[in-house]
Design a protein around this ligand. Structure first.
Ligand code: 2AM
Ligand code: CA
Ligand code: CA
Ligand code: CA
Length: 254
């Protein structure tokens, strides 16, 4: 079968139901630490197993790469999956976590879906076809003044041994902007840029499965995706997404 966005939505929404069953019963949901600051729950594993089984069955021509299970043989064209982005939030019963699914073919992002089951918000984009939230077209904000901007970041890199751990950068940008948020799910943060809810988002030390779907959604909503020097592209170790209008001012502070 060739890719159907309607089919993809049904699959990702069903994966959301798998996650919600655990989310509604957190007391009985097993949580392990992969390392002191990276958690995995029974829900992460169940959602990824579900997506791998269904996507591989429906689309045998594409390989699979998931955060928890790793990479299948075919990686030239592949699904890139983060079963739960924002596991720490999930495990605490908070609402900002998402399922992120991207389709990449020969290094090019072709489709992306980010679903926040606890909010029932479904974001999607396909290359050249625009970005959508719950079926409605979305675009980045029109905010052009950094002083009036609302920005979001994350601290996946907040490790004692990293000298560039985002705290100084956050301080610089926070002093020049009106609003700052830290939601805890990079995939969702990118969708908030795409939907104009924030004007920019940046984070360091992420992985492609955190940002692949969200980056395409930002681009299709008319935003920019660059590294911290402004080079266009999806660089998970240094990702900056903006509405385009505050890009230059943010870059000057990175
Ligand atoms: P996760 O919930 O899938 O692990 C929040 O700042 C972002 O950082 C989320 O996208 C989160 O994804 C990711 N993250 C959390 N712990 C991390 C770690 N130890 N290394 C890299 N990324 C991490
Ligand atoms: Ca993780
Ligand atoms: Ca993640
Ligand atoms: Ca994850």
């Amino acid at each position: 079968m060739s890719l159907s966005l309607v089919e993809l939505e049904a699959v990702v929404r069903e994966a959301g139901q798998v996650a919600l069953a655990y989310f509604r019963d957190l007391k009985n949901t097993a949580i392990h630490k992969k390392n002191p600051r990276d958690f995995v729950t029974a829900a992460d594993l169940a959602v990824e197993a579900y997506l791998q089984a269904v996507l591989t069955e429906k689309y045998p021509q594409y390989g699979f790469w998931g955060e928890e299970s790793g990479q299948s043989a075919n990686q030239a064209s592949r699904w890139i999956v983060d079963p739960i982005d924002g596991t720490h939030s999930f495990a605490r019963g908070q609402y900002f976590w998402s399922i992120s699914v991207a389709l990449e073919i020969d290094g090019e992002l072709m489709a992306g879906a980010v679903y926040a089951p606890a909010l029932d918000d479904y974001y999607t984009a396909a290359k050249g076809q625009g970005a959508f939230k719950n079926g409605q077209a979305i675009t980045v904000s029109a905010e052009a003044s950094l002083a009036d901007a609302m920005v979001a970041t994350g601290f996946a890199c907040l490790r004692a041994y990293l000298t560039d751990n985002n705290l100084a950068r956050f301080g610089r940008i926070a002093q020049q902007t009106t609003g700052q948020r830290r939601f805890g799910s990079a995939a969702m943060d990118l969708c908030l840029v795409a939907d104009g809810q924030v004007d920019a988002f940046w984070e360091q030390e992420l992985n492609l499965y955190d940002v692949a779907a969200g980056a395409l959604i930002v681009l299709e909503a008319g935003g920019t995706v660059t590294d911290f020097q402004g080079n266009p592209g999806v660089f998970p170790k240094q990702i900056l997404a903006t509405n385009g209008k505050v890009l230059a001012d943010i870059l000057a502070l990175m």
